[in-house]
Design a protein around this ligand. Structure first.
Ligand code: HEC
Length: 142
C-alpha cells in the first residue's frame, strides 16, 4: 500500500462520497414523498374546505397572517387557530372586526356571510389537522 495520498485516491473519495450522498438524498426524498399522503389528510378536503381556501386567498388573509409559517408577520399564525380557539370564536372574531382596541393592531371587516364564515372555519379546521410540519410547533400557543 502506498504511503502517499495519490490523485486517484482523492478522486475515489470524491466519486464515492458523491455517489453515497446522492443515493442517501434519493432515499430520503422517497421516504418523504411516501409519507406525505398520510400526513396531508387529503380525504378531508371537502367542497366547503375548497371554498374556504378561496375566501382565504381572495381576502388576502396571508397579507397579514402566516399559515404554517408562510406569509406575513403582522398578525398571529393561524395554522392551529382552530385548535387554539375553536370555530365559534373564529366566526365571532371575524364578525367583530375591527375591535378598535387602543394600542392593538387592527384587522379589517370583511362582511362575510354565515356560509362564507363556515367555509373559512372548515378550511382552518382542515389546516389544523394536517401534519406536514411533523407536529411543529411543539407548543400549541407557539
Ligand atoms: C390588515 C391585516 C389583517 C388581515 C388582512 C387579516 N387579519 Fe386576521 N388579524 C389581524 C390582526 C392584527 C389580528 C390580531 C388582533 C388582536 O390581537 O387584537 C388578527 C387576528 C385574527 C384572528 C384571531 C387569532 C388568534 O390567535 O386569536 C383570526 C382567527 C383571524 N385574524 C383571521 C383572519 C382571516 C380568516 C382573515 C382573512 C379573511 C384575516 N384574519 C385577515 C390582522 C389581519
Amino acid at each position: 500500500m502506498s504511503e502517499t495520498f495519490t490523485k486517484s485516491m482523492a478522486r475515489n473519495i470524491f466519486y464515492g462520497g458523491a455517489v453515497f450522498f446522492f443515493l442517501l438524498f434519493l432515499a430520503l426524498t422517497f421516504d418523504t414523498v411516501q409519507s406525505v399522503p398520510k400526513r396531508s389528510h387529503s380525504e378531508g378536503v371537502t367542497d366547503s374546505v375548497i371554498r374556504g381556501k378561496h375566501i382565504w386567498e381572495t381576502r388576502d388573509c396571508i397579507g397579514c397572517h402566516t399559515l404554517l409559517g408562510e406569509g406575513a408577520y403582522f398578525a398571529p399564525e393561524l395554522g392551529n387557530v382552530y385548535k387554539r380557539r375553536g370555530g365559534e370564536f373564529i366566526k365571532a372574531w371575524i364578525r367583530a372586526q375591527p375591535t378598535g382596541a387602543p394600542g392593538r393592531r387592527q384587522m379589517p371587516q370583511f362582511n362575510l356571510t354565515d356560509q362564507q364564515l363556515d367555509d373559512l372555519v372548515n378550511f382552518l379546521k382542515w389546516t389544523s389537522e394536517i401534519n406536514t410540519t411533523r407536529n411543529w410547533p411543539p407548543n400549541i400557543e407557539g
